[in-house]
Design a protein around this ligand. Structure first.
Ligand SMILES: Nc1ncnc2c1ncn2[C@@H]1O[C@H](COP(=O)(O)OP(=O)(O)OP(=O)(O)O)[C@@H](O)[C@H]1O
Length: 296
């Protein structure tokens, strides 16, 4: 494994007919960390991951892995491994045969198939037909495929889906170990409590737009009411790392600043505040505060 620059996403947009699946999205996933990629159903997570992997062409914007677009990578499997779903396996094939075929197409030594089977705990099922695998076993096999090229970057779409509690702990331990080795792990999930334990940083999106990027543990959101919401929005918007969600015409949710910084900025700009609260705590609180904007 060599040095990596992680994943960058810059101004990424994609529409399918009238649906704006991803809307001017910018974020990073850094080496040595697990980045949780969160959002409600239909938020645009899978479309984003597919654009990073060169499977969907963006309308505009760029994504890089290790400083290059996916298509520019000389041996993609050696740089980025992906597990996008646990379907699409040939049911009549044994797990080991499936991996050996991938070894061939990915230009990886055939012995690597047994190594990754061992890593994902499927050695005993290596000769069984995939059609007889449980969903959790297929998830492990998908992860094994992603690991074949010993990549610096792993992109996983809902990898814990179908795993039992023991499997979830196993996955968490493995991903943590891979990140500690300096790899970049980008993992989408609906399981917020799991992300609280696993992810160093989270990226939360809704309607294809970034709502929050930051450390999981310090995740907090400032809930602010002001009769001058437009003015406050304009004043805060130019700050790096700040995202602002308009809940109602007089209420904003601000991330990327603490309550004192929001209050000070408003004071300095002569903007009246009616109410200011910092919501900290679980990732779940932050997620629901941010994604409930249109329900308020
Ligand atoms: N190939 C496609 N053709 C048409 N619309 C699409 C296509 N792919 C995605 N979409 C739409 O784009 C939006 C974002 O979908 P996407 O699958 O990226 O979201 P997601 O966050 O991964 O959702 P989920 O958590 O449910 O998997 C949705 O409205 C979806 O219906």
């Amino acid at each position: 494994m060599t040095e990596t620059e992680g994943i960058t996403v810059r101004g990424l947009s994609k529409s399918f007919a009238a649906v704006r699946a991803v809307d001017n999205l910018t974020f990073d996933a850094a080496p040595g960390t697990v980045t949780g990629f969160l959002g409600p159903n239909g938020a645009g997570k899978s479309t984003t991951l597919r654009m990073i992997l060169g499977l969907v062409r963006p309308d505009c914007g760029t994504t890089t892995i290790d400083g290059q677009s996916y298509h520019e990578l000389p041996i993609p499997a050696a740089v980025a491994g992906a597990a996008l779903d646990a379907e699409g396996f040939h049911p009549g094939r044994a797990g080991r045969t499936h991996l050996r075929i991938y070894c061939h197409t990915s230009r990886v030594p055939i012995q690597r198939a047994d190594d990754v089977l061992d890593m994902v705990g499927l050695t005993n099922a290596a000769h069984r037909r995939i059609g007889g695998y449980s969903l959790g076993m297929r998830q492990r096999l998908a992860l094994a495929v992603a690991l074949l090229g010993d990549p610096q970057v792993l992109i996983l779409d809902e990898p814990a889906n179908g795993l039992d509690p023991e499997g979830i702990v196993w996955m968490r331990t493995l991903l943590r170990q891979l990140a500690d080795e300096g790899r970049t792990i980008l993992v989408s999930s609906h399981v917020l409590t799991e992300m609280q334990h696993l992810a160093d940083n989270v990226v939360i999106i809704n309607h294809g737009q970034l709502l929050y990027q930051g450390p999981t543990q310090q995740a907090s959101v400032i809930d602010v009411r002001t009769p001058q919401a437009d003015a406050l929005r304009l004043t805060l918007a130019h700050r790096d790392g700040v995202t602002i969600e308009t809940l109602t015409p007089d209420r904003l949710l601000v991330t990327g600043l603490d309550a004192a910084a929001v209050g000070r900025t408003a004071f300095e700009a002569g903007i009246e505040l009616a109410w200011l609260a910092e919501r900290t705590g679980s990732l779940e609180n932050l997620f629901f505060a941010l994604t409930s904007a249109e329900r308020s």
